[in-house]
Design a protein. Structure first.
Length: 497
């Protein structure tokens, strides 16, 4: 019997174990048993219910944020990008509303990634693969592409019938229209991604008028084709074969994690049921396969927790709809922990246990990282400076018997206004400073740093030779024009032993 379209990994044909004919070795590749089952296209059926409504709301929210965010404006003053969220690679700067991140502050991005990872661990420990089922980009865009497919080709049975037909004008027009809409969505997706790295109105105009750079068109095409291929063609195969998360997300869960699962104690023995027949001696499952037909990955949830299950809970909506028709209690398939599943099977009261060792640990980690990030942002300096001693030569002996050391001083002005500062020394008696190429010496050097830029100065420090010899520790001190200390860094003055 041929396999029913839409069945998942649990129902897919198994590799043949029959031996190939020995008469013709040239046909070995044709008749040899396959190590892998052939891919069977999944045709998810539309479904209505509480979880489907939540998925629609999350989809609209995620797509709205993704497409609209690059167009939000934020006034940072003259000569500054006005886009609220922008990763300016040519700057290079990262703009997040009123926060401006410099390249050397990449640890803020690292902190955000750690926050996201720990939040994902916590969500998985509490609610299973809720990220995969609702907010993963692959899920969101696949849902959108499936919606277009249903609008143009019809629901599950109509799509199966259309794919089984020979090529006709109607089939050609429907398939062409579907793929054209998919490509438009993919192009909008690729274009929106580019807008996070270039000013949205500017890059949109340049792309449409053919004035953009080759690199922009390359990445625009790359992200367009990637979206089209993954959401339109690969679909559930990304979740099953490409994504690493299903392989280790089980390590985040325990018997108290909420997951989508079938209550076998109540559903078995399954079988067809006719109106008026008694329910005695049998389970509530009527083996209608509605849960299989709505599953976006094509699995049978009745086979228990599986790697392919993304936790979208659409099978719950489908099963509840069937249970209502046959007048049986809802939630034969439920969003429940394995512990509570066992409790129900033994007719014991269920307990929702959210506070556990692992969830407390994840929540604590999340709180600590959030506090560290917040404090780091609040204490973030608007000016930074670094000093690097010139090693070749380490020192120069002058004709008057004094010594000269060279240093490279870099001062970062993170504000939108120029800075006027004075650079001097401390703990180095009789020290004089002067800039490379200048003969004017002073105990304090006037330095100017343009707005949102880095000032680099090659500074020479002259001082008398110490009797002790060797390295002398001293400080470079930055002061504003009012004499207030703005920064201090320790360095060394080299001299012969």
């Amino acid at each position: 019997m041929p396999a029913e379209p839409g069945l998942g990994a649990a129902s897919r044909p198994q590799p043949s174990n029959s031996a190939p004919p020995a008469a013709d070795e040239a046909l070995l590749g044709v008749f040899a048993p396959s190590l892998y089952a052939d891919h069977i296209k999944v045709y998810p059926r539309a479904v209505r219910g509480a979880f489907r409504n939540i998925k629609w709301l999350v989809l609209i929210l995620c797509l709205g944020i993704y497409y609209i965010l690059p167009w939000l404006r934020w006034d940072r003053g003259p000569d500054a990008p006005s886009q609220a969220l922008l990763l300016d690679m040519s700057g290079p700067r990262g703009y997040f509303f009123n926060i401006e991140i410099w390249p050397q502050e990449v640890y803020y991005i690292t902190g955000l990634l750690i926050l996201g990872a720990v939040a994902l661990f916590l969500a998985t420990a509490l609610f299973g693969r809720v990220w995969c089922g609702y907010t993963c980009p692959q899920t969101v865009w696949t849902d959108l592409f499936l919606l277009v497919e249903r609008w143009i080709e019809g629901d599950r049975n109509a799509r199966i019938k259309l794919d089984g037909q020979k090529l006709s004008i109607e089939k050609f027009l429907r398939k062409t229209a579907k793929h054209m809409v998919w490509l438009l969505i993919a192009a909008a997706t690729g274009g929106a991604w580019i807008m996070y790295f270039q000013d949205a109105p500017t890059v949109t105009r340049e792309i449409l008028t053919g004035q953009s750079s080759g690199a922009t068109y390359f990445f625009f095409g790359l992200f367009t084709l990637t979206t089209y291929g993954l959401a339109g063609w690969a679909r559930e195969q990304v979740c099953t074969y490409m994504c690493p998360w299903p392989r280790f997300q089980a390590a985040m869960q325990d018997e108290h994690s909420l997951i989508v699962t079938y209550q076998g104690w109540r559903g078995e023995q399954r079988g067809k049921h006719k109106a008026g027949e008694s329910w005695e001696g049998r389970g509530d499952c009527i083996d209608c396969k509605a849960c299989v037909h709505v599953c976006p990955t094509g699995i049978d949830i009745r086979n228990g927790p599986q790697l392919e299950c993304i936790g979208c809970a659409l099978c719950i909506d489908a099963c509840d709809e069937v249970m209502a028709k046959v007048e049986r209690p809802p939630r034969l398939i439920d969003f429940i922990s394995l512990d509570n599943l066992e409790r129900r099977a033994q007719q014991q009261p269920t307990k929702l246990k959210l506070l556990r060792t692992r969830t407390t640990l994840y929540a604590s980690m999340l709180l600590v990282v959030a506090i560290v990030m917040t404090v780091a942002l609040l204490l973030r300096s608007e000016m930074e400076f670094t000093v690097q001693q010139v090693r070749n030569p380490l020192y120069v002996a002058l004709s008057d018997g004094s010594l000269r050391n060279g240093y490279v001083v870099k001062i970062s002005n993170k504000t939108r206004a120029p800075m006027e500062l004075q650079l001097g020394t401390a703990r180095l008696d009789g020290a004089e400073l002067f800039l490379a190429g200048s003969t004017e010496r002073s105990t304090m050097l006037d330095v100017s740093i343009a707005a949102d830029s880095v000032g680099e100065y090659h500074v020479f420090v002259k001082s008398a030779r110490s009797k002790a010899g060797g390295l002398i520790n001293f400080d470079f001190v930055l002061r504003d024009r009012a004499g207030r200390e703005a920064g201090r860094l320790q360095s060394q003055f080299a001299q012969p032993n």
